[in-house]
Design a protein around this ligand. Structure first.
Ligand code: ZN
Length: 203
């Protein structure tokens, strides 16, 4: 499995292109559909599915056009549909924890509310696409509409229990860094460390 990071837009958003042979998935395609289409074409990839980590505009912007042109519906947790502002005909809503098989890809959606109510992390093999829930050394903002700081702590605790070799890929490349490992975050991420320390209080 190959993972390409497409850093797009003025907010250092990361769109991820996951591919295996000629099959591909996109995670959080936003901002520049021409670039994304060009990349797919250049690599000769067949786009089979699209997943959103959450519904914030900077993760979904302009994607309706791409979805329509490929005849696809993007998988989104139902609590974030309204936030996305996308038309219902380009969305495939689901509720809670789910596993989807799209071509050769098994995608496990793990609900991680806190940044938004319908935020999820998407696990594909040993890769975990964390959206704005978990960043290397940080977590997402919890002061936005539908944010919940207490839920964020539970979500970080949940993620801390994944195998340490799980490689994370975050929704923004803040400071030029978008990737890390769960094992590293367990040791160094102050938000995750606090969640682990307070496990008894949180759960
Ligand atoms: Zn966000």
């Amino acid at each position: 499995m190959n993972i390409d990071v497409l850093e797009l837009g003025p907010m250092a958003n990361c769109t991820y292109l996951v591919s295996q042979d000629k099959d591909a998935l996109l995670i959080d395609p936003a901002w520049d559909m021409n670039y994304i289409e060009h990349t797919l074409k250049e690599k000769g990839l067949n786009l089979l599915g699209v997943f959103f980590t959450h519904g914030h505009f900077d993760h979904v912007k302009e994607s309706a056009q791409l979805l329509q042109s490929h005849g696809l519906k993007a998988y989104i947790e139902e609590n974030d549909i309204i936030l996305s502002g996308l038309p219902a005909e380009v969305l495939h809503p689901y509720r809670g924890e789910q596993t989807f098989q799209v071509g050769p890809f098994t995608v496990h959606a793990i609900p991680t509310p806190g940044h938004t109510a319908g935020g999820v992390c998407l696990q594909i093999g040993e890769a975990l696409f964390t959206g704005d829930t978990l960043f290397p050394g940080a977590c997402g903002r919890v002061d936005l509409p539908s944010s919940d700081p207490r839920e964020m702590r539970k979500s970080l605790l949940k993620l801390s229990k994944l195998p340490e070799e799980t490689r994370i890929f975050a929704g923004h490349s803040y400071g030029g860094k978008c990737s890390s490992y769960i094992g590293q975050e367990r040791l160094k991420n102050p938000f995750m460390r606090n969640a682990i320390k307070d496990e008894k209080v949180i759960s």
